[in-house]
Write a protein that binds this ligand. Structure first.
Ligand SMILES: *Cc1c(COP(=O)(O)O)cnc(C)c1O
Length: 392
């Protein structure tokens, strides 16, 4: 038998990313196979009745899904991972697996908006109350925890507005009151933020973003520790959530370059962010990797890197000027989602739906810095600022 790549001893995070999930490779091929399957056959009536074999039914996953689950659990620093058809479904499946009627959830006001929407519609109807708190609350979260608080939901950096949260302080307060801490770790991934060593009990991630890296797959995952594994396993199984094997395979493939891509996104983002700091049209940059940015100290304490997504607050400008700047960009596409190899930009304004904090910085842009040469991105943005000035 050929030696398997997966037999090598684990070492650094970079090397782990290359080896994760490869225990499922067979016949000497480097990568695990893609299994398409719904029905799994049993050899005997007894085996069928007892359901005692490794694979039972396609909805519960194939060896391709197991390989990706094992890999994501390892990269995020957890004990088990459960795949869902999108990042949002990972969030909703985790919340439905944990929260019961009469429970109270504390959710950061900087949360990804569709997660807020789920809580204010479906969970509300099911008798679960959600209260929003300022993202910079830290240990002050203790003052909002009630006897029925089941989950303290965190996300960092905040969607669009990029606040970093004090996860160790929030976790300590939540655990002292018997609540679980959940984190949306999509921005950093486990490569740049180890949630479980900072007190998080359940992680949700949109693998759609950096794990995939190529803007061609929707997939999500819930990652647990030993304590939360059963709770999530029960809910995930009962809800019938499952994903396609080709998508699982593509995420596994994307993971092999996650380390090199994230480092390059960070390097490029720092070049573009520093250049933006020098521009007279810019009021401030919301990118925790910059020493001048809000949240930098917490980021430096808790993260091992930054990725390619950050926001910029411009000095006051007419909307037509911003439209003219954005519509003329050639390298920056306009669109939701991010985490692919390409640069993107959107204008954003969360002021209408924030409830625990105010947001009045306008105009604001969210940039995803891709893997292009940053000099080209700067040329594109320079022309954009010229259009902005010409329209003002
Ligand atoms: C995109 C995103 C999600 C949702 O992921 P989908 O795969 O698009 O459903 C969740 N959280 C964050 C922070 C995201 O950016």
């Amino acid at each position: 038998m050929a030696k398997k790549f997966s037999d090598l001893a684990p070492s650094t995070p970079q090397t782990k990313l290359l080896k994760a999930g490869l225990t499922f490779s067979e016949h000497g091929f480097v990568n695990p196979a893609v299994y398409h399957g719904s029905t799994v056959q049993f050899a005997t009536v007894a085996a069928l009745r007892e359901r005692k074999q490794q694979y039972i039914y396609g909805r519960d996953g194939t060896p391709t899904h197991r390989a990706l689950e094992e890999a994501i659990a390892e990269v995020e620093g957890g004990k088990a991972a459960f795949l869902c058809p999108s990042g949002l479904s990972a969030i909703t499946t985790a919340l439905l697996s944990v929260a019961s009627a009469g429970d109270h959830i504390l959710m950061t006001d900087s949360v990804y908006r569709p997660a807020r929407h789920f809580c204010m519609t479906v969970l509300k109807r099911l008798g679960v109350e959600t209260e929003f708190y300022p993202p910079d609350i830290g240990a002050g979260i203790a003052g909002l925890i009630r006897p029925n608080t089941r989950i303290v939901y965190t996300e960092q950096p905040g969607s669009q507005t990029m606040e970093i949260q004090d996860l160790p302080a929030i976790s300590a307060a939540a655990h002292a009151a018997g609540a679980l801490v959940m984190l949306d770790n999509t921005w950093a991934t486990g490569r740049f933020f180890n949630a479980f060593s900072h007190g998080v009990d359940i992680v949700a991630t949109a693998a759609t973003k950096y794990y995939c890296g190529h803007s061609d797959v929707m997939l999500g995952a819930i990652i647990t520790n030993d304590e939360t594994r059963k709770l999530i396993a029960t809910g995930h199984h009962a809800l019938g959530s499952c994903s396609g094997p080709d998508d699982a395979y593509l995420i596994l493939r994307g993971m092999r370059t996650l380390d090199i891509r994230l480092k390059h996104h960070m390097e490029n983002a720092l070049v573009v962010a520093r250049w933006l700091q020098s521009r007279p049209e810019v009021d401030r940059i919301l990118y925790p990797a910059l020493p001048e940015a809000e949240g930098h100290d917490l980021w430096k304490r808790d993260f091992s890197g930054a990725t390619g997504l950050f926001s910029v607050v411009l000095k006051p400008a007419a909307d037509e000027a911003v439209v003219s700047m954005l519509e003329g960009l050639e390298l920056f596409g306009m669109g939701y989602s991010w985490g692919g190899y390409e640069s993107l930009v959107i204008p954003f304004d969360p002021s209408s739906y924030r409830s625990a904090t105010e947001w009045c910085a306008q105009p604001s842009l969210r940039l995803h810095i891709g893997l292009e040469d940053p000099a080209d991105l700067i040329t594109d943005l320079t022309a954009g600022f010229e259009r902005l000035a010409a329209t003002c």
